[in-house]
Every structure is written in C-alpha cells, then in structure tokens.
Design a protein. Structure first.
Length: 55
C-alpha cells in the first residue's frame, strides 16, 4: 500500500506535519500549541524535582 501511495504521490514531503503547518498557518490551533508547551514545562519541572531529591 505504501509503495502504491509513494508511486502516485510525487510530493510526499508536502504532507509532513511541519511542512503542512508552514503552508496552512490558518489551521494551526495556537491554544493547543500553548497547552503543549505548558505540559512540557510541567514535565521538565517534575523531572528536575525528582533529580534533586535523588541527590
């Protein structure tokens, strides 16, 4: 199936998420991006706390 898809679609790079987002900025959900950043920051803070406790 993938070989068939690759043979029919010459520009698969345009379908990658980062390329698609660059060409369709009106469809990016900025609230979701901010939520993702906040989640990562919380996870990083928790990891840092755990590492400090181990030392």
């Amino acid at each position: 199936m993938l070989v068939k898809l690759a043979a029919e679609t010459a520009d698969l790079d345009a379908l990658l998420p980062n390329h698609w987002a660059a060409t369709h900025p009106e469809h990016i959900l900025t609230d979701r991006l901010e939520e993702t950043r906040q989640t990562r920051a919380r996870q990083k803070a928790k990891r840092t706390q755990r590492r400090k406790k181990r030392q």
